[in-house]
Design a protein around this ligand. Structure first.
Ligand SMILES: [Zn+2]
Length: 202
């Protein structure tokens, strides 16, 4: 149990209900206050209500996936620690320096390791030398998605864009007129981008 009267808060973003519930149950038993979200959109909605200390996120999710979600989180809430749990990568060739503070392959870790990582991240000094704040959010586009939507890292609202170019794009947020910079890092029917998932920092 947590010694603090104010438990640390954890947000779990995972589209598979059984995994979300299992994670919630295990972490509540450790004394954390846990919220669940089933995709990136729900995750952003949860962030608007209260900020967690730690986010645990899947990568492949419908609607807004983890790549998009975390790149917005990194830009807008750079102090929140992020753990990615995903079946997407087999090795450690994950762009963890940009997307996350820690990575666990789905099914390739045990609860004790996760608990220890959470404790380590919570005790880290406020400065995290390895984590940069990306200058723009990455957008992961799948072939089955007809339109490209970007999420404003200021107001956290999502709007469609009609034309994109390879590399970093700049557009004005439909809602708050902030400048939104983004880069397509997935596949789009107009072009194919190499499998480089890293949204360049700085
Ligand atoms: Zn905006």
């Amino acid at each position: 149990m947590s010694a603090s009267p104010f438990p640390y808060r954890i947000l779990i973003v995972e589209d598979e209900p059984s995994l979300r519930e299992l994670g919630t149950m295990l972490l509540v038993a450790q004394g954390y206050e846990v919220r669940g979200a089933e995709d990136g959109f729900e995750g952003l909605a949860a962030l608007k209500q209260s900020l967690p200390d730690i986010i645990i996120s899947d990568l492949q999710m419908p609607n807004m996936n983890g790549f998009e979600f975390l790149s917005v989180v990194r830009r807008r809430f750079p102090t929140i620690r992020v753990i990615v749990i995903s079946g997407e990568f087999s090795g450690l060739s994950v762009p963890q320096s940009v997307l996350a503070d820690a990575f666990f392959p789905k099914g390739g870790y045990n609860a004790k390791e996760l608990f220890q990582k959470i404790i380590d991240l919570l005790h880290e000094l406020p400065t995290r030398p390895k984590i940069g704040k990306p200058s723009h959010a990455a957008v992961w586009v799948k072939n089955d998605r007809g339109t490209i939507a970007v999420t404003c890292s200021e107001c956290l609202r999502t709007f469609p864009v009609t034309s994109v170019t390879k590399g970093v794009n700049e557009t004005e947020c439909d809602f708050c007129s902030s400048t939104v910079r983004f880069e397509i890092i997935g596949e789009h029917k107009a072009f194919k981008v190499p499998e480089n998932l890293v949204s360049p920092a700085g």
